[in-house]
Design a protein around this ligand. Structure first.
Ligand code: NAD
Length: 390
């Protein structure tokens, strides 16, 4: 299969590109290195020493004998080149990771809000329009987030995209409709993912573009079998307060003996997935594309739901580190009842990586190995969710 990976230099995109190339697919990456530029803006760096993309690609060719193609371009700003690449490569599938992915970063200031909205929505719009202009019927796989629904499922299992609703007209007559499960985003970043969902809904309905929207949980872990083949292939590990996801931040705190910073009571329940399962889920989604004419397929790409304070307790017990409650910079419920279904991917063949098993590997091979690169002052989250008219 010919697969275009948008955002293939990023945390999820890089190991996915290697995995797909290892499986024998022809992989072509587009990336504008905006994520690396944000590190410069925030004066932070990946815990792991990630190499420039050209070094990564050469290392991959050396260890695997396979070549991955690359174009350095901004999907938002350079529509003509996106069109040219899609037209000449003519992919069977496109995996779309290329968005600003941090909720705290999207909340730093009104500039960051505008940046996130304009980048994420125009990347998706440009991709969909380029498929139409190029006349390429590729299956689009997009990485969305479980956070589009907010984090309260009120005793229900969050479904995979759709729900059957009973609507009542003014005369009291009832009718049934299958609708997108109501969105309830909790940050500007999450709002852009709901806008993406509507764009997919429209372009699928109107133009028949085949789309799988993977509503991904919080990704933890760093390496996959492929990234472990050479130090030059190492994946990104963000631990800073804006881009580090909660489990990775706990791991690095454990490695340097910094008390785990739990926001508020830590009663927030969140969905998680290991990076090894992320790459496998994308493979599974690619291997079973929606048939032409079918509506957008939504799959919940997560494997476990945990309360943050339970994760902190687990890591504290495993690695003998203290837990500290800090005031929550986010506007969110202190306690929530989240449950979600991930039947779709399990039915396609996913076998989840267990948390305890993966945590030990991460601490040993990543957090402890590179802990000398940590700047502890960067671990706490600084972005406030507090611009609010009273
Ligand atoms: N990491 C997670 O925990 C997580 C959870 C849920 C959903 N997701 C989603 O998965 C996707 C990938 O996340 P990630 O963690 O790999 O993020 P990342 O920031 O590490 O990777 C995104 C990549 O896309 C590139 N990019 C961004 N905008 C671009 C543009 N306009 N043109 C070309 N390249 C561009 C960046 O330079 C970067 O290399 C995102 O859409 C994110 O919202 C991630």
């Amino acid at each position: 299969m010919k697969i275009l990976v948008l955002g293939g230099d990023g945390f999820c995109g890089w190991p996915t590109s290697l995995h797909l190339s290892q499986l024998g697919h022809e992989v072509f990456i587009i990336d504008d290195f905006s994520r690396r530029r944000i590190d410069v803006e925030l004066e932070v760096d990946s815990l792991t020493p990630i190499q420039p993309l050209s070094v990564r690609l050469d290392a991959w060719q050396r260890v695997s004998g396979k070549r991955i193609g690359f174009a350095h371009l901004d999907i938002c700003a350079d529509y003509d080149r996106v069109l040219e690449v899609i037209g000449s490569f003519s992919p069977d599938a496109i995996v779309h990771f290329a968005e600003q992915k941090s909720a705290p970063y999207s909340m730093k200031s009104t500039w960051h809000k505008r940046y996130t909205v304009s980048r994420n929505t125009s990347a998706t719009t440009n991709l969909l329009c380029a498929l139409l202009d190029a006349g390429v019927d590729a299956h689009v796989i997009h990485l969305g987030t479980m956070g589009v629904y907010g984090y309260e499922s009120a005793g229900l299992m969050l479904p995979e995209g759709y729900v059957d609703a009973i609507l009542e007209d003014p005369k009291g007559r009832l009718s049934k409709r299958r609708i997108l499960y109501p969105f309830d985003p909790g940050s500007v970043y999450h709002t852009t993912k709901t806008l993406d969902a509507l764009l997919f809904y429209y372009f699928n309905k109107q133009d028949g573009i085949r789309v799988t929207d993977l509503h991904q949980g919080i990704v933890w872990g760093t390496s996959t079998k492929d990234t472990e083949l050479s130090e030059d292939l190492i994946n990104r590990f963000d631990y800073d307060g804006d881009f580090g996801t909660v489990l990775n931040r706990f791991l690095i705190q454990a490695a340097v003996g910094f008390p785990l910073t739990v926001h508020g009571s830590g009663g927030q329940r969140r969905a998680f997935i290991n990076i090894r399962d992320t790459v496998r889920c994308i493979e599974l989604a690619l291997m079973s594309p929606p048939s032409s004419g079918s509506q957008v397929r939504v799959l919940n790409q997560m494997t476990e739901v945990h309360r943050i304070r339970d994760l902190a307790r687990l890591i504290s017990r495993l690695f003998r580190v203290e837990v500290n409650s800090v005031s929550n910079p986010r506007t969110e419920d202190e306690e929530n009842a989240l449950d979600a279904s991930c039947d779709g991917l399990v039915q396609l063949g996913l076998k989840p990586t267990l948390l305890e098993e993966g945590l030990l590997r991460e601490l040993e091979y990543i957090a402890r190995k590179y802990h000398h690169r940590v700047d502890s002052s960067r671990i706490p989250s600084q972005s406030l969710w507090s611009h609010r008219f009273k």
